[in-house]
Design a protein around this ligand. Sequence first.
Ligand SMILES: Nc1ncnc2c1ncn2[C@@H]1O[C@H](COP(=O)(O)OP(=O)(O)O)[C@@H](O)[C@H]1O
Ligand SMILES: [Mg+2]
Length: 284
Amino acid sequence: MRQVTVVLANPRGFRANGRKLRNFMSSMPSTPVIEIRDLHKAYGTLQVLKGVSLNAQKGDVVSLIGSSGSGKSTLLRCCNLLEDSQQGEILFNGEAVRWKGQGGARQPADRAQVTRIRTNLSMVFQSFNLWSHMTVLQNVMEAPISVLRQDRAEVEARARALLAKVGIGDKADVYPAQMSGGQQQRAAIARALCMEPEALLFDEPTSALDPELEQEVIRVIKALASEGRTMLIVTHDMRLAADVSNHVIFLHDGRIEEQGPPASLFKTPQSARLRQFLSHSMVD
Ligand SMILES: Nc1ncnc2c1ncn2[C@@H]1O[C@H](COP(=O)(O)OP(=O)(O)O)[C@@H](O)[C@H]1O
Ligand SMILES: [Mg+2]
């Protein structure tokens, strides 16, 4: 048994209301699930992250917004160590990533630590990234069996339950190409959940979808938020960010230009850049 999910750990009365739950949990002193301190990242001579810090407590939903190229995906990928960074710290449940080398030569020092962190921060990508040669069920079961070496029967039961939970319980035996984009993305979310991660990282999960399919995925993300799951969500959808997050970060040119609770950030943005960004992004 690896870990109890956040839902089971929550006090019962708070379960129905995600925001109340998050406020309650944020008020308790605890170690953040994800903490980033002053992170710097360059691709060659291109400085992409110029000192970014963030904090996600258990149950927090943090949205990252900003123009294309501002560094949102890079930040998410640095978080689960898919990208190396040159300076700054990344902590998972209070445990700092150990590095070897410095600057451009810096790399994680401990492969086992990297695997532990990566398997606990499941990522959902814009383009789903399902394996096309595997059925939906096989996609969902693959990592828990091959990476975590869990029992096949237990994984299958969990995978089927998760597919039902995201509303595609009848699609277990089809291949990704036989499904709509919205169904594929929900399968990708079930796949991420099947790892029983501490947190979910979403990179523009609805950007590749038509508006009506977008809604099916948004419903699933909202349900996860109301369960009190810890999530970082990169999104262009300001309504989604406003609805599900308790904290929103506006990145501009590799720096945090402004951040805060969605109510104040969207209603009374302080920075001219954020005001300008929102004037192009708001749907209504
Ligand atoms: N693998 C890469 N190699 C070189 N440059 C990259 C790479 N990935 C992203 N970049 C650059 O880093 C900057 C930030 O990209 P990204 O994090 O994808 O931004 P966002 O997700 O906010 O649109 C952009 O200028 C982009 O061109
Ligand atoms: Mg991106």
